[in-house]
Design a protein around this ligand. Structure first.
Ligand code: SF4
Ligand SMILES: [Zn+2]
Length: 77
């Protein structure tokens, strides 16, 4: 089974849904008093593999690709 092994907030155990799929809510940063809203494809040194895989990273990548290929249409949700 081929799943994401790259480190992204979107596959970190601390992430939660915020603005799907490009932004996530980081519980870790929230508890530290930092801005909890970060890019799904970002990651920090506290990255921890999630135990329940989801589609955030995959969908964020597809989303970013679409915006790149169709910049003029990126504002249409
Ligand atoms: S900011 Fe760090 S701890 Fe928070 S979700 Fe992203 S990788 Fe995980
Ligand atoms: Zn997710």
């Amino acid at each position: 089974m081929k799943t994401e092994k790259e480190k992204h907030c979107g596959n970190c155990s601390y992430h939660d849904v915020y603005h799907y799929p490009d932004k996530i809510f980081c519980v870790y940063r929230y508890l530290k008093g930092e801005n909890p809203i970060v890019d799904t494809l970002w990651h920090c040194e506290n990255w921890t593999p999630e135990t329940q895989p989801c589609f955030c990273v995959q969908d964020a990548k597809n989303n970013a690709k679409n915006i790149q290929e169709n910049p003029k249409h990126s504002s249409t949700a």
